[in-house]
Design a protein around this ligand. Structure first.
Ligand code: GLN
Length: 265
């Protein structure tokens, strides 16, 4: 632990890396704090510390991340699910009646986080998840299999793979950071194509909003995550494409994080 502190790794991260190296929980660590590590455990722990000290996100080192009560495998092929995105899932669940076979589409599913959280809480829903990255889809499919959730996966860009299909709800956490945003410096381990979208960060949101009406049943909803400084732009785009009941929801940090609207009935 002293070694961890010297490398500048914070205490909780070091404890989680140690737990991972010995494959034991926190209670075991407290009771066995002075046990020696086996050589294999020591190597695993030190490798983890070195990676963390170099700035790699803990989730990639451990290989998983908790999201909305589910444990999801993650790799550098997918964005690490953020607690902010739970706002989008909560909104989606409010719109989806229980015990109903609602049709739901998740665009740019990445690890599958949003689609799997919705499917877990609405077992009757028919959830489809799309991603342009085959590597990301492999991660999402493995998560669906581990969690035994019957999400359907499709490969391709935004709405292209669901040509001719309509849904009651479309959700997406697309890339929305502006290219050249200084914030990107801290996100260098995550896939760039999951993060940035043109000079103002709105390129993908524009495409999705323009294409979504043709894929929504009358009365269907489109819910989008976006940057803290984009709620007005997203609301304007939704209104310009005929959506009604447009509103914005805030994340746990108090930032405007999701904007959505309804295709008129
Ligand atoms: N919320 C993420 C971040 O700012 C970005 C996620 C995204 O681009 N969809 O770290």
């Amino acid at each position: 632990m002293q070694h961890a502190r010297q490398q500048g790794v914070d205490r909780l991260d070091a404890q989680l890396l140690l737990s991972d190296a010995v494959q034991q929980g926190h209670a075991w660590l407290l009771a066995h704090g002075s046990d020696a590590l086996s050589p294999a455990q020591q190597t695993r722990f030190l490798t983890g510390l070195t990676r963390r000290a170099a700035g790699e996100p803990l989730a990639y080192i451990l290989g998983d991340k908790a999201f909305f009560g589910l444990t999801l495998a993650v790799s550098p092929d997918v964005l690490i699910p953020r607690p902010d995105t739970e706002t989008l899932v909560e909104w989606a669940l409010e719109l989806l009646p229980a015990q109903t076979a609602s049709t739901v589409l998740d665009l740019g599913t990445g690890s599958g986080a949003i689609a799997l959280a919705i499917q877990h809480h609405r077992p009757q829903a028919k959830v489809t998840a799309v991603d342009a990255s085959e590597a990301a889809l492999r991660v999402a499919q493995a998560n669906a299999q581990n969690l035994n959730l019957p999400v359907t996966f499709r490969h391709g860009s935004w709405l292209t793979p669901v040509a001719g299909q309509r849904f009651e709800l479309i959700v997406s956490n697309p890339p929305y950071i502006a290219e050249g945003d200084p914030h990107m410096a801290a996100l260098g381990f995550e896939p760039r194509q999951a993060l940035t979208a043109g000079p103002d960060g709105l390129d993908d949101l524009r495409q999705i909003i323009a294409a979504a009406p043709a894929h929504l049943h009358p009365g269907g909803w489109l819910l989008l995550e976006h940057g803290y400084d984009q709620p007005v732009a997203v609301a304007q785009l939704l209104t310009a494409h005929g959506f009604s009941n447009v509103s914005t929801r805030f994340d746990l940090g108090g930032q405007p994080r999701c904007t959505g609207g309804q295709r008129p009935a």
